[in-house]
Design a protein. Structure first.
Length: 279
């Protein structure tokens, strides 16, 4: 059985990896006024953070259901099934769009998967699915593997300004106000597919240390983990942190990721985080 793997742009999987593993990507949109940019197609992360310096913060939108339908129908000519992996349903309707489209196509079976997370941790699911698909595993086996990964997947991130999340409706006004008044670096994470505060920490350095402590709580033994440092236009700082973590956690394979335009709209420049999953 031949299975296609589909994801959306917020997995932020580098194009060379998507090409290597035949991963199909549907972009979300970033909207500056009347101008619509397809994330990772018309605008990349560097261009986005340069653009927002001089313009009003954009809005974002999920892919139209019709784009999913069109892609799934096109894939039906070559594949028997599709595993479609998307960012958390708690912060976007993208997963639901895939579910709706799956019910509208007749010539191919679509298996939508809610990663309940985003960025390169979502990408870990996608890459695993692509490797399993390349081996000829069934879509049911792939979905079971993804559910198994979900038990160990986690991510923590901090933002410089909670206002971005509040304006985008991803965090309540009260939570944003409290963070601003206390001048803290709030640590956030995903619980039940939604972004919620984890702890309030005073300094950026301490927040990063706390994230590393959380990793240490699960990866202290010999079990192998895969982790990603995720940054919003702070590559030098992220690389330095990655080097420190590699020395501290020899059993963890680290890579560098980024917050692109859509997630960057809601977190703001300077956001930093880390996510991981057991290998």
């Amino acid at each position: 059985m031949k299975t296609a793997v589909v994801t959306d742009s917020t997995a932020y999987i580098p194009k060379e990896l998507r090409d290597k593993w035949n991963i199909y990507m549907i972009p979300l949109n970033v909207i500056f006024g009347n101008e619509v940019y397809r994330e990772e197609v018309d605008i990349d992360a560097l261009d986005f953070f340069e653009e927002v310096k001089n313009r009003k913060l954009p809005t974002t939108s999920q892919p139209p259901v019709g784009e999913f339908v069109e892609l799934f129908e096109r894939l039906s000519a070559e594949y028997d099934a599709v595993v479609s992996i998307h960012l958390s349903s708690g912060i976007s309707g993208t997963y639901q769009g895939a579910v709706t489209a799956a019910g509208m196509v007749e010539d191919i079976k679509v298996y939508p998967f809610d990663s309940e997370i985003s960025c390169m941790v979502q990408g870990f699911y996608v890459l695993e699915a692509a490797e399993w698909a390349a081996r000829g595993e069934s879509p049911e086996a792939i979905m079971n593997r993804l559910e198994e990964m979900k038990k160990s997947a986690d991510a923590y991130f901090m933002v410089d300004d909670l206002g971005h999340l509040q304006r985008g409706g991803r965090l309540s006004s009260a939570q944003a106000l409290i963070g601003s008044l206390l001048q803290v670096k709030p640590l956030l994470h995903f619980v039940d597919a939604k972004i919620v505060p984890f702890e309030k920490i005073r300094t950026r350095k301490r927040a990063m240390k706390r994230i590393a402590e959380r990793l240490g709580e699960v990866a202290a033994g010999d079990e192998a983990y895969r982790a990603v440092i995720i940054h919003a236009n702070r590559e030098t700082e992220a690389l330095e942190w990655k080097s420190e973590l590699e020395a501290e956690f020899p059993n963890v394979e680290f890579m560098l990721g980024y917050f692109g335009a859509v997630i960057g709209t809601h977190l703001g420049e300077g956001a930093m985080g880390m996510g991981w999953v057991k290998k």
